[in-house]
Write a protein that binds this ligand. Sequence first.
Ligand SMILES: [Mn+2]
Length: 379
Amino acid sequence: MKIVHIADTHLGLAGFNRIDPDSGMNLRERLVYDNFLESMKIVVRQKPDAVVHAGDLFDRVKPRTHAYIAVMSALNMLEEAEIPLILISGNHSMPKTRYTPSPFEVLKYHRAEVHCAYKYSYEKSEVGDTTFHLIPNMLNASQYRDAFNEIEISPDTCNVMVTHGLATTLRDYRLRTVAEHEIDSTMLSEDFNYIALGHFHGQKQVSENAWYSGSIEYCSYNEINDTKGGLVVDTESGEVVPLKLPNTPMANLGKIDCGTITPSEITEKIASIIDRMEDPAGTICQVRLENILREKMRNINREEMTAIKDLVLNLRITTDTIDPVNRGFEAEDPSSVDYVDEFRKFVRIQGLEGGLEEKVIKTGTGIFKTVLEKHREAE
Ligand SMILES: [Mn+2]
């Protein structure tokens, strides 16, 4: 069977304080929907026997109305092309209480063929010549193992496992997000023809038969070096081919050595880099200012810098200064600060003993994320 594997679409993701003049919607949010639907057109054109979505369809438990509309439009396309959709819930779609219905409840009201696991338990679906073993996001790590133990390999069909979490082989990337669970290497069993993973946003093969498709979009600056897109998989031969999908580009504008140049030369340099870009207004950008003193940072003309920032979808400025209070530009634009990452760095330099560091980071980042999520919802 030919499948297209995608994941981590995070529909409803917004940010950057730019408004789409046509719809009045947050521009970033609009672009996420547009790119998702364009991607679905490309997926359908592949004529797969099934589309597999390995979790984090929505960016949050209570999706925005437009996020539902995007999903309904995608289901229209799949229904028309008679392509079944197989999906699981990820950690971003996990209701925290019993009273919050899952956003996936809505999907059953569409006529498209949808096989969706989101009830914290193992489910399997037979589609064509393939059995899909679905392990959605669980409430705790041990339940992953319990669900995995329930799997019975069907000898007469291809077997594909779909799950969402961080493979232990990628441990270095841990703590990037909320309610993260680890998938140990014994779960990446060779008994499956293919294992479709979600959660890690870069496209990556983690064992002979297991892949992260990666997200479609660059969801945070941490992902600036990631490969994005989908995967076309032949479950019989095991062949996996990357599928390029449209997204909002993220560009690294590089480093500027600010040691011997003036503040206005700094802004000129940034402006000239942006000037050479193809579509700056549609690009998320990052630039690094090196060897810059606090004093010089403060002397950068605010209006010039604002004008530069207006040229791009978003500009994140990082510096290499060791002065811990140097927060010049980031302080002006709180939305550009990665608070979770800052907190993590802060804890790491405290030199806490053994497991305490991980514990403090885990608890602290959890609280930060809840607060940021609430703040975003309030916005
Ligand atoms: Mn995700």
